[in-house]
Design a protein around this ligand. Structure first.
Ligand code: ZN
Length: 465
């Protein structure tokens, strides 16, 4: 009798255990029914697939049936007939420069910088301009599928606060430059400002503060070294423009008898966690240095083409194993922050420059904008693919337009016909920032109104010249 009773208790306990194992777990978010491009090691595609998210992290990627059986979500997004992929990583921007979009076009970099951009900045950069501009940039990035961006500008603490409010992830570099600028009269003041910025944001879940010495040609050796030392002391990234134009190469050779890359190597500047933007004028020895020092390189095809800066050796970088990502550069030289366009132009430029249509295929371009960007920023453990344990940064792209019909290969479509405007839903750190085109963290009309209003003072400042 007692034995039978004990057996009954055991059976009941086992039944309860089995039931609880099968009971769906409560989580925060499921995105289901779309074609899921995981961008994992085998570039697995689930058609259809589903992504289970809890809090800031991805729990599981699987079939819609498997995910539905295991989880109940507070919010479920239907992605049927759409493509779900990791959020795009823009490795080079100057976010507030959206305020100078279209202000001066069709000029060489040095003319453009010295005659238009630096004077316009001297007259108009302020904490308010930076806030209004960053909000506009954040709106554009959320609407076009960028979930992480790397930035270098002034008043970077304002950019950090605005970015956090918008809900984007970012590596933000406070600029250090030799001449007086809006937020620092001297490089020493710039360094102090940067240190305060690092202290204020180094434990943030979305913002990674960084040190951003502008370039080797706008800083002396002592400040370049001090910038690298500051970053080392706080273990934060460094962001610098590198070998963007032939002029920069000429200056480096004249002044230091070395390439810009070799000069910075001679200063002990390079280390893992450094991001070099452009890297156009590099030779094989430079590429070897960048690979050996584990420097991330940001390729900016549109800016390089518009300013006729030259062509970065993308195929060589990839063959050498350099941590290559993709960027738009500031909107003043692009003139937008659309990473789909950047992918397409990266592909076209690599093919055109090498006269080889197999150079940088669609999957390679998509890799640059996702995993490549994550690697360039040293964030590959957290972002760049849809895998359990990674941050839930993902986007949903519509495929119903005439130019997207029919769909044989989703990767081909993402790179060769998709535009930023096709992005319907953007999720960062598990938080839905835009759902089916409806923004949750920004008021689109108010952001655009504020930017148009501020543009009047930019226009007036440029006329004063
Ligand atoms: Zn730049």
């Amino acid at each position: 009798m007692r034995a039978r009773c004990a057996l009954a208790v055991l059976a009941a306990a086992l039944a309860h255990l089995a039931a609880s194992a099968q009971a769906p777990r409560s989580i925060s978010l499921i995105v289901t029914g779309g074609t899921v491009l995981t961008q994992n090691g085998s570039r697995q595609v689930l058609a259809p697939g589903a992504v289970a998210v809890n809090g800031a992290e991805i729990l599981e990627v699987g079939t819609p049936q498997a995910i539905a059986a295991r989880y109940r979500a507070a919010e479920t997004l239907d992605a049927a007939n759409q493509i779900v992929l990791p959020g795009l990583v823009n490795t080079h921007t100057h976010a507030p420069m959206v305020m100078y979009r279209g202000l001066a076009d069709d000029l060489a970099l040095m003319d453009w910088l010295q005659k238009y951009i630096f004077p316009a900045e001297a007259r108009t950069v302020s904490p308010e301009m930076v806030r209004v501009g960053t909000r506009l940039a954040a709106l554009e990035m959320i609407e076009s599928g960028t979930t992480t961006y790397a930035d270098m500008y002034y008043f970077e603490e304002e950019i950090a606060r605005t970015t956090r409010e918008a809900g984007l992830r970012a590596v933000l570099g406070q600029t250090i430059i030799q001449f007086p600028v809006a937020d620092a009269k001297t490089p020493a003041e710039g360094l102090q400002r940067t240190e305060a910025f690092i202290k204020a944001f180094r434990n943030d879940s979305l913002i990674t503060p960084a040190v951003a010495p502008h370039a080797m040609y706008t800083l002396d050796a002592a400040t370049l070294k001090a910038s690298a030392d500051l970053a080392r002391r706080y273990e934060v990234p460094v962001i610098i423009h590198l070998a963007e134009t032939e002029d920069e190469l000429r200056i480096a050779r004249e002044q230091h008898r070395m390439s810009p890359t070799a000069y910075l190597e001679s200063l002990g500047f390079w280390r893992a966690g450094t991001l070099a933007a452009h890297g156009v004028w590099v030779d094989d020895a430079d590429i070897e240095i960048l690979e050996r020092r584990q420097v991330g390189v940001s390729h900016n095809p549109e800016s390089n083409m518009k300013l006729a800066s030259g062509t970065a050796p993308v195929v060589k970088y990839l063959a050498a194993g350099v941590r290559l990502g993709l960027g738009t550069d500031g909107a003043a030289s692009n003139n937008d922050l659309d990473m789909f366009e950047a992918m397409r132009q990266a592909g076209f430029l690599a093919k055109h420059a090498s006269r080889d249509p197999t150079a940088l295929p669609a999957q390679g371009a998509l890799d640059l904008a996702t995993l490549g960007g994550a690697r360039a920023l040293g964030m590959e453990a957290a972002i760049g693919s849809l895998e359990p344990g990674k941050k839930a940064d993902l986007i949903v792209v519509a495929t119903g337009r005439a130019r997207q019909t029919p769909v044989y290969d989703p990767v081909s479509h993402l790179v060769y016909v998709t535009r930023g405007d096709d992005v319907r839903t953007t999720i960062v750190n598990g938080k839905v920032l835009m759902k089916d085109g409806h923004l949750r963290t920004l008021d689109r009309a108010a952001v655009i109104r504020a930017a148009n209003s501020l543009a009047q003072s930019v226009r007036a400042a440029v006329k004063e010249r």
